[in-house]
Design a protein. Structure first.
Length: 367
């Protein structure tokens, strides 16, 4: 292989390029990944209301794709203004082309695409190695987003995760100690005047709700009707359930949930939870969580999980409901988040830190 013959460019939408991207993705992540099929690819790359995904590809001397990275446009609300931003995701390079000059070319072209599309910042969930490098520099633009979990059926969880008899015995003993922390149950009866409704789709009320909540936090992806309808589209059999809490006719908050098998464990995923800044938001959040857990139990989920920024109200409500961070030794993976500023002339962005961001699984977009 001659590194100087590696070329980097933007991918087209030809059948040949798409098939090669999907093939490389399946090789890396398996046949059930979120972009394993052409329908998944079309959803991710061409149906995004913020604009089409820009795919930078690395080609070998024969012109075959051996690496790629996605730039997914997003609309974000940052410091009181709507802005075009992006998410960097799906960096995949065939093993024999890693650590070559092609990788450097790929990243440079990715950065060029940000400038060409006038995108002032992007965020990514980054590798452990890159995370350590950034932390070593003392940057304020990187952190770990906590993965919060709560056992719903300890017996089933033990059987799924700890097959040996001695492990089961130890976890049963540990279960007696951890139950006061993990098994807090929010009331199944909502507070007076608060009701939780289930809906099959998003409607104009979610645009109205976004108008009320858009400046609750300093930086967040715009969660309007267009984004929510795209992000939670039922692609590849993913079935989402939408819960909304109301007091009279006012929406106090919503939650999007899904049942899935994650690493062999039946898991109820809380993919998004956003509450109105309201005196009753704590009660509304507890009502949503109780309804979600009741649904998960009817589907025989062993575990509930949520990804949530640690500095926000929604995190505190999950914690009060019994959700806790896993110890690093048994956590399935750490979610390392970083954002990168590309237009330092914009004064309002200069002082932005990672602690300003509201982040959930909805911003990770792989569930």
């Amino acid at each position: 292989m001659k590194p100087n013959r590696i070329t980097v460019e933007y991918a087209g939408r030809s059948k040949h390029d798409i098939d090669q991207i999907l093939g490389l993705n399946r090789l890396e992540y398996g046949p059930k990944d979120i972009i394993a099929t052409r329908a998944d690819f079309a959803w991710r790359c061409d149906e995004n209301p913020a604009g089409p995904t820009v795919i930078t590809v690395m080609r070998d001397p024969r012109g075959d794709i051996v690496g790629y990275i996605f730039l997914v446009p997003i609309k974000a609300r940052i410091r009181g203004a709507d802005r075009l931003a992006a998410m960097g995701t799906n960096l995949v390079i065939r093993s024999d082309y890693r650590n070559t000059v092609g990788y450097v070319k790929l990243i440079r072209q990715f950065e060029r695409s940000l400038r060409e599309n006038s995108i002032p910042l992007h965020y990514s969930f980054i590798s452990e190695e890159f995370y350590r490098q950034l932390r070593g520099r003392g940057t304020q633009t990187v952190c770990t987003i906590p993965l919060l979990i709560k056992p719903l059926n300890l017996k089933a969880l033990i059987e799924d995760y700890f097959p040996g008899k001695w492990q089961r015995l130890m976890i049963r003993q540990a279960g007696r100690m951890i139950s006061p922390f993990f098994f807090t149950k929010p009331s199944l009866h909502c507070a007076d005047e608060i009701v939780v409704r289930t809906t099959d789709s998003f409607d104009s009320r979610f645009d109205e709700f976004w108008g009320w909540t858009k400046d609750k936090y300093s930086a967040m992806v715009i969660r309007d009707l267009a984004f929510l309808s795209w992000r939670f589209a039922p692609v590849s059999g993913r079935n989402y359930h939408i819960l909304a809490a109301y007091r009279r006719d006012q929406m106090l908050g919503y939650m999007v949930i899904r049942c899935a098998t994650v690493r062999g464990i039946k898991t109820g995923l809380i993919l998004d939870l956003l509450l109105l800044d309201h005196p009753r938001q704590m009660e509304a959040g507890m009502c949503l969580i109780s309804q979600a857990e009741a649904f998960f139990r009817t589907r025989e989920m062993s575990l509930a999980a949520a990804l949530m920024s640690p500095q926000v109200v929604e995190y505190r409500i999950l914690f009060k409901s019994g959700y806790r961070c896993l110890a690093p030794a048994i956590s399935p993976r750490p979610f390392r988040l970083a954002f990168f500023l590309h237009d330092k002339a914009q004064e309002s962005l200069k002082s932005l830190t990672i602690g300003d961001w509201f982040i959930t699984f909805a911003d990770y977009e792989s569930h």
